[in-house]
Design a protein around this ligand. Structure first.
Ligand code: UP5
Ligand code: MG
Length: 203
């Protein structure tokens, strides 16, 4: 990937903070391709012939992190496909703009992605309380069919988030790359703030 042509924004925050919801909104403002690492893993889990199906299922249910090689490969593949599609729509060859949602969740993933793919221009960090996140996830769980939208899995996801993902965010904070946005308010209000932060980073 050509760093001059590819823009990557990491979108982080706890389980249920609103990453996916906000990415869907941001895609409407700018020509971003939204790639959710969790969605890519769930698709791979159900892909016929995948050798990782069982592994992914267990990790997701237990709220642990799938070995980074698997996730980085899926992201790389999806990015290449998106760039090829943009190219066929008339974009300059190799150009692409990505919102990478729910990744990197651990220091080693961040390092691998930066080395093999590219450096992020910024990190959008959505924050709210565990109480709010729990309530949102349980509500979503009534219809989502997600195997990790139950109290037991959610508690484990919170723990992994605090222990493994927070250090990644702190690291990017030291580099001045993080825009922290309170996501306790309405979807619209969060979106307005996220939009401003993204515009600033693109300018
Ligand atoms: N909602 C959203 N915003 C709201 C608002 N402002 N007001 C009121 N309601 C709001 O939102 C969650 C729910 O809240 C929705 O019903 C929404 O309508 C409502 P959503 O936007 O879906 O939140 P999001 O932050 O995307 O929550 P998600 O559950 O997707 O976060 P996770 O980080 O837990 O899940 P993800 O899919 O990223 O990962 C799942 C698992 O995959 C991980 O636990 C891990 O096991 C594995 N994984 C890896 O191993 N490696 C990776 O790199 C990535 C994932
Ligand atoms: Mg999500």
């Amino acid at each position: 990937f050509d760093e001059k042509k590819v823009t990557v924004i990491f979108v982080l925050g706890g389980p249920g903070a609103g990453k996916g919801t906000q990415c869907a909104r941001l895609v409407q403002d700018h020509d971003f391709c939204h790639l959710s690492a969790g969605d890519l893993l769930r698709a791979e889990q159900h892909r016929e012939g995948s050798e990782y199906g069982q592994l992914i299922q267990t990790c997701i249910k237990e709220g642990t992190i799938v070995p980074m090689e698997v996730t980085v490969k899926l992201l790389e593949k999806a990015m290449k496909a998106a760039i090829a599609e943009k190219n066929s729509e008339g974009w300059e060859d190799g150009r692409g703009r990505f919102l990478i949602d729910g990744f990197p969740r651990k220091m080693d993933q961040a390092e691998m992605f930066e080395q093999e793919v590219c450096k992020p221009s910024m990190v959008l960090f959505f924050t709210t309380t565990e109480e709010v996140m729990l309530e949102r996830l349980l509500e979503r769980g009534k219809t989502s069919g997600r195997e990790d939208d139950n109290v037991e899995s959610i508690k484990k996801r919170f723990r992994t988030y605090k222990e493994q993902t927070m250090p990644v965010i702190e690291q990017y904070e030291k580099l001045g790359k993080v825009a922290e946005i309170d996501s306790s308010v309405t979807i619209e209000e969060v979106h307005e703030k996220a939009k401003v932060a993204v515009q600033k980073s693109l300018a």
